[in-house]
Design a protein around this ligand. Structure first.
Ligand SMILES: [Fe+2]
Length: 331
């Protein structure tokens, strides 16, 4: 048994709390082209592959991602991950049965991670899969060993956040990007847990650290099977009036082609195609790169209104008055 978790875990699901179920249903189905089912109690269950629940939207006031679920390979990997969390003083606790069922898993464990969002762990089981055909516009999504996609998180404590993912789960640095956006120098770190170039991206402002985001994540990325899916998603989201945060463009590091659209709970969804992977062979020689500019081309903001800028500025200022939740802080 190896004592590393690298390559043995991946993003499994995202739990969202929102009171805008109708808006989420339309956005996910007609905007993004995903398979959406309305379960009991107003819960939305979104599929992109054979797993029964990849994105769960449960009724509630947060309008945010409240938990991210990480699938680990087997019992050994789970024991190791739980031991790491215990060593960090995070005392992971077992999810109550109904909570596990809500997420479409048999059993799971959770603790509060950086910024206070729940990090949850589970192992795979065939009961979580379904043979029922997908009813969605998109041709498919790339998941499998590399998981659901990636998340990007803004942080005022990026070093601590990066350390958490390395110490808890053996994340590896893929590369870094710096860019100057709206007059502010930003640093981005891209961490991988498996062959996906990054499962976690951490964004921070250089110098005075502030966080303009209300939500726990900046965006959730889904990897479409074809570029046509991305183009159709972009055109459909635009036609339906969803705010396009960034039009289609390409990132310099993983070369993914993508666009960003604002979800009904404010954080963004990035729909992308064809990011490069770090294969087992590449792992032997991979050196973290450093890039200037978050995009090679495109990704132009289509909805950066003065009102939005003012709100972000206000939230950024407000963030200076509060300490960001750190792992190990009391809830
Ligand atoms: Fe992204």
């Amino acid at each position: 048994m190896t004592d590393s978790l690298f390559g043995r875990m991946r993003l499994g699901y995202v739990l969202i709390e929102s009171c805008r179920q109708d808006a989420w249903q339309r956005f996910a189905k007609e905007g993004l082209g995903l398979h959406v089912e309305t379960a009991r109690d107003g819960v939305l269950a979104v599929r992109v592959d054979d797993r029964q629940r990849r994105i769960v939207v449960r009724p509630g006031p947060a309008e945010d991602v409240v938990a991210t679920g990480w699938q680990v390979d087997d019992g050994d990997a789970l024991d190791l991950a739980l031991a790491r969390l215990r060593a960090l003083g995070l005392g992971p606790e077992r999810l109550p049965g109904p909570e596990a069922a809500l997420r479409g898993i048999d059993e799971g464990w959770r603790c509060r991670g950086p910024k206070g969002t729940f990090i949850e762990l589970f192992t795979d089981a065939s009961a979580q899969r379904t043979d029922a055909p997908l009813r969605m516009r998109a041709s498919g999504f790339v998941t499998g060993a590399s998981g659901l996609g990636h998340m990007a998180i803004t942080s005022r404590e990026p070093e601590a956040m990066e350390r958490f993912w390395v110490e808890a789960f053996d994340a590896r640095l893929s590369d870094r990007i710096e860019d100057r956006l709206s007059g502010v120098t930003m640093d981005f770190a891209f961490l991988r847990l498996n062959e996906r170039h990054h499962s976690i991206a951490i964004a921070s402002t250089r110098g005075l650290r502030f966080d303009p985001m209300r939500t726990s994540i900046h965006h959730l990325n889904l990897q479409a099977a074809s570029f046509d899916d991305v183009v159709q998603g972009y055109r459909q989201c635009r036609a339906l009036g969803y705010p396009i945060a960034s039009a289609i463009g390409q990132h310099p590091n993983d070369k993914e082609l993508s666009f960003y659209v604002q979800s009904p709970s404010d954080f963004e969804i990035e729909l992308g195609w064809n990011p490069l992977t770090v294969s087992a062979e590449d792992e032997k020689t991979w050196q973290p790169g450093a890039y200037r500019g978050i995009s090679l081309w495109g990704h132009f903001p289509e909805n950066l209104t003065l009102g939005l800028k003012a709100r972000q500025f206000g939230r950024g200022l407000l963030s200076l008055t509060r300490r960001e939740h750190q792992v190990g802080d009391a809830a």
